[in-house]
Design a protein around this ligand. Structure first.
Ligand SMILES: [Zn+2]
Ligand SMILES: [Zn+2]
Ligand SMILES: [Zn+2]
Ligand SMILES: [Zn+2]
Length: 393
């Protein structure tokens, strides 16, 4: 299910593509399969792959090992001289992997082997399943694949990615049998996204979405997956596809939770971000001007949704591209009007920055993003006013 590329030519393939009868390695067609067998070394590897549980498992094991090595390497400086809080060793007895620093826990509890974390999560989940523990216990044990039970911090970046592969490798062969197979696929997709590997995350979200769309009881998950996939497309520069998916997610949420629910408003925020990136500022502006009064009435007072909506509104009004400080030339249209717009944008973003500092604190990533936008808009205002002073119109 996760083998999204032909093993021979690496072209994208569907999960129903033809496969090797023995080891289930997938190909786009008989030509590639023949080539791979004769010149690609598959005649040698085929038996070994079959022995290790088939192509899907083999692929997962290999990718997991690589991802753990990347995570341990990235944490090497922080973990020097430390030991794993689970197995108490510096080097894992079996895999020989190094440690990761995965959460905010102080002292020795903040260091572990990804393999030890994974083993612990697997045991807890098996127990919860075998003893038919209630929903709460099931959810809690599943959370161990994504965060620390002591400090409750979610794992991030390459550590999350390694644990995502470990999770997938644990449940890859439960195809269609249990929900865990699909939940594991979601963990992997989130991990890849966390590590910035959007091109690897996107096909996994696509598979996940295809599955969820076939199961009416998973409707809620569909919209979440759509918005995550839309986010991957955005990072990959596939903006039109991203917009289309964001629209679907927004419409779905509006139907399921109501048009003024916070979930729907969050989808509107992502949608207008894409519109700005597509240079469709006026559409973004009108969408946000309708959504913001709804958010003021319906969002919790300490919610960050309102801040995020107003942040995009400031960018849409300024006419700047998202996250950039200049269009690379004098602004189009009447300079007088443009100056007024950018001044309005500056007022809005200034207010967003102040509220964010109070609400989320100066170190929060949103506050930093808002400050960055504020400085871009201020610089742009400077350019516009300078041009006006020089007599441009
Ligand atoms: Zn091929
Ligand atoms: Zn084979
Ligand atoms: Zn360990
Ligand atoms: Zn912790």
């Amino acid at each position: 299910m996760l083998l999204t590329q032909c093993a021979s030519c690496a072209r994208p393939i569907s999960h129903t593509a033809p496969r090797c009868a023995r080891c289930h390695t997938r190909y786009c067609g008989p030509t590639c399969q023949k080539e791979h067998w004769e010149g690609g070394g598959h005649s040698v590897l085929c038996k070994k792959i079959k022995r290790r549980g088939g192509a899907e498992q083999y692929h997962a094991d290999k990718k997991c090992e690589e991802a753990i090595a990347v995570a341990a390497e990235a944490c090497a400086k922080d973990t020097a001289g430390q030991t794993c809080y689970i197995c108490t060793q510096a080097v894992h007895w079996k895999t020989k992997e190094g440690l990761v620093r995965m959460c905010a826990c102080r002292g020795t509890s903040g260091f572990a082997h990804v393999s030890c974390l994974a083993e612990q999560a697997k045991i807890l989940n098996d127990e919860a399943e075998a003893n038919r523990l209630g929903d709460k216990a099931q959810i809690e044990s599943w959370m161990r694949w994504q965060g620390c039970s002591l400090c409750e911090q979610q794992y991030v970046g390459v550590v999350r990615c390694a644990l995502g592969w470990a999770c997938w490798k644990t449940y890859a062969n439960r195809n269609g049998q249990t929900q865990r197979h699909w939940k594991a696929m979601a963990q992997l997709a989130i991990g890849l996204k966390q590590a910035g590997l959007y091109n690897e995350a996107a096909p996994i979200y696509e598979s996940l979405l295809a599955f969820q769309l076939q199961h009416p009881n998973l409707e809620e998950n569909v919209y979440t997956t759509q918005s995550w996939l839309a986010n991957c497309y955005m990072h990959l520069g596939r903006l039109e596809e991203s917009l289309e998916l964001n629209q679907k997610a927004r419409d779905g949420c509006a139907k399921l939770y109501g048009p003024s629910s916070e979930r729907t408003l969050q989808m509107i925020e992502s949608m207008s971000t894409i519109l700005v990136q597509l240079d469709r500022h006026a559409e973004a502006k009108s969408l946000l001007q309708t959504a913001i009064p709804v958010a003021v009435r319906n969002c919790r007072p300490n919610s960050d949704t309102l801040l995020l909506l107003r942040h995009v509104l400031a960018v849409a009004i300024s006419g700047l591209p998202m996250g950039k400080s200049s269009r690379g030339g004098p602004p189009a249209g009447s300079l007088e009007r443009r100056c007024a717009d950018v001044r309005e944008a500056e007022r809005i973003i200034g207010d967003v920055v102040n509220k964010s500092r109070q609400l989320l604190g100066g170190a929060h990533k949103f506050t930093k993003m808002f400050e960055n936008t504020a400085s871009n808009i201020r610089n742009f205002l400077g350019i516009c006013e300078m041009l006006k002073a020089q007599g441009y119109r």
